[in-house]
Write a protein that binds this ligand. Structure first.
Ligand SMILES: Cc1ncc(COP(=O)(O)O)c(C=O)c1O
Length: 422
């Protein structure tokens, strides 16, 4: 018997994916979707079995302009002819560095890395080097490297000692943060957070957080991996007009190529020279892609477009849910967020969420149960089709909730990744 692609990757690669959130288990599609990604164009993903799926995963945010964007393709192809990595820093490091620093408020200098996790570790190292302190207070998701993982309930392979210097805090709770700053008074190097994701900041929260951090001699690092260039080009710091000391960016800036970077004040970026160095830092292919992304953003109001289409999607989904009498809540932002069946018991919530993803897949829409990303390639046509599919899929969910008959639910429920302690 021929094994499916899903079975093959599961047999050869732990978890069947290099990224937790891309695994079929994380979608709740184990045993439901047998094929894998083959190629993409715009908002669509072609699978190995030649299914064409309208994709709301956005390659976990890495594809802000959509798959195989023409400008990005042309820039990367032109650079490929010249080469990707060299023995000297490449001219694009200066060129793209200057252009990015010109659009990011906290950026005097820039350091290019390859993944978001690397950038997060680098920024934390800069903060520790600058302050001579150890403790970092974390709010949000900051990748799989470094001591941040010690803030998780389960952190196999991370020395317990790191728990003493990595502390999670509750978003929008300044009292909690103040208590942590007091507990570790004199040893807090940085407060690192996503300025917003599924929750909106309370009025003045971000501004007060910066004031609090500085009062305790700590630096503020904004993790803009998701919000930049989605909510605004520079992310939360631009959108909320609050400038951190350092920030980290990645995902969409390479539109599918591996690029991330740390930016910040000149005195911090040059101070004490903590070791941040990698063979693949300054990859000219990724920098060429970033140049093309910058060009598109300079020409077109991409963030407005993402917000506009995202809002249509949110309105359409919520209208469909209300027509079915379902309590369904949107969290996050129109351009990146999630929907949840908050008012139901945990079991129904989990089943309804999984059933919705499976019902959308039957209608050729790839919908992640925990987060959706809009891309600039999602136009009216895609949004209208998605709302219609959601209406039908929610009808399936309603019938299952009303009857208590979940026999249409296949496979196993989506796995939930490593929970935080705060
Ligand atoms: C806010 C945030 N920070 C950091 C990371 C880590 O980035 P990467 O997966 O590229 O290492 C992610 C990835 O999802 C993220 O969402």
């Amino acid at each position: 018997m021929t094994r499916t692609w899903a079975a093959r990757v599961a047999a050869i690669s732990p978890g069947g994916s290099q990224t937790i959130s891309k695994s079929l288990a994380s979608y709740g599609l184990t045993g439901v979707l047998d094929d894998l990604a083959e190629h993409g164009k715009g908002a669509y993903l072609w699978t190995t079995a030649r299914q064409v799926l309208l994709d709301y995963g956005g390659a976990l945010g890495a594809n802000v302009l959509g798959y195989r964007h023409e400008g990005v393709r042309a820039a990367v192809t032109a650079q490929l002819r010249k080469g990707g990595l060299f023995s000297l820093p490449h001219a694009l490091e200066a060129d793209i560095g200057e252009r990015l620093c010109a659009v990011i408020p906290c950026a005097d200098m820039i350091r290019f890395t390859r993944t978001g996790s690397e950038s997060c570790v680098g920024a934390v190292r800069i903060a520790r080097a600058e302050t001579g302190r150890n403790v970092v207070l974390y709010g949000g998701y900051h990748g799989w490297h470094g001591d941040y993982v010690a803030t998780k309930e389960v952190h196999h392979g991370v020395p317990w000692i790191l728990e003493t210097i990595a502390k999670p805090f509750r978003y929008n709770d300044l009292d909690h943060l103040t208590a942590l700053c007091e507990s570790y008074r004199g040893d807090v190097a940085a407060i690192m957070l996503e300025p917003s994701l599924m929750d909106r900041p309370a009025p003045n929260y971000l501004r007060d957080l910066v004031t609090l951090a500085h009062a305790y001699g700590a630096l503020v690092i904004f993790d803009e991996m998701v919000l930049s260039p989605r909510l605004a080009r520079a992310g939360g710091q631009e959108f909320f007009s609050v400038t951190p000391d350092l920030s980290v960016h990645g995902k969409g800036w390479g539109n599918g190529l591996s690029l991330s970077f740390i930016v910040g004040r000149r005195d911090l970026m040059t101070a004490h020279g903590p070791m941040i160095s990698g063979t693949f830092g300054g990859d000219a292919l990724a920098l060429a892609a970033c140049g093309a992304v910058l060009d598109v953003y300079a020409r077109e109001p991409i963030c407005d477009q993402l917000r506009g289409h995202g809002q249509q999607l949110v309105d359409g989904f919520l209208r469909a849910a209300s027509e079915h009498g379902l309590a369904w809540t949107h969290h996050g932002w129109p351009q990146v967020g999630t929907f949840s069946f908050d008012d139901y018991c945990e079991e129904v919530r989990a089943k309804a969420t999984a059933l919705f993803t499976q019902a959308m897949l039957r209608r050729k829409i790839l919908w992640h149960p925990r987060i959706y990303y809009l891309t600039a390639a999602h136009h009216e046509r895609e949004i209208t089709r998605t709302i219609a599919a959601a209406w039908e899929s929610l009808l399936d969910v309603r019938k299952a909730i009303e009857s208590g008959d979940w026999s249409s639910l296949r496979g196993v429920l989506p796995t939930v990744p490593f929970a935080r302690k705060a």
